[in-house]
Design a protein around this ligand. Structure first.
Ligand code: ZN
Length: 136
């Protein structure tokens, strides 16, 4: 059997996030405004498609422009699957630096925007393509 066989046995991931975790993200985005809020996303180790927790990264700079993640500060933790940050605008659209970050690390990334409610956020994959994220 070839080591390089196609990974066609993997099914497409269906990402989920708990309502509690999403609420925390929205609350944090709101309270950090007009600065950006940034954190990492952690999944349940029993259910690796469900985001349940935020990891606050030491050294994350929350500024008026863009939350900067210090990737060298990343914990060696396979339950960390992506990132979340807030935009002080009404547009949860990834910027160029966002796309660079997405491509360098993680599988799912959330951006929140004003007014930081249940409909003012979007999730993206590592290419910056919009990704479905189910709230459970
Ligand atoms: Zn951004």
């Amino acid at each position: 059997m070839s080591f390089f066989k196609k990974n066609n046995t993997y099914k497409t991931k269906e990402w989920k996030i708990t309502k509690k975790c999403l609420n925390l993200i929205l609350e944090s985005s709101k309270s950090t405004y007009p600065n950006e809020f940034g954190a990492l996303l952690r999944v349940d180790t029993e259910d690796i498609e469900t985001i349940i927790e935020l990891v606050l990264l030491p050294g994350t700079i929350s500024g008026e422009t863009h939350a900067i993640f210090r990737l060298n500060m990343l914990p060696i933790d396979f339950s960390v699957v992506g990132s979340v940050h807030s935009h002080p605008s009404y547009h949860p659209i990834p910027s160029k630096p966002d796309l660079q970050l997405f491509s360098r690390f993680g599988k799912i990334h959330i951006i929140t925007a004003q007014p930081y409610n249940e409909t003012s956020w979007k999730a993206y994959d590592y290419k910056g393509k919009e990704k479905k994220l189910i709230v459970i």
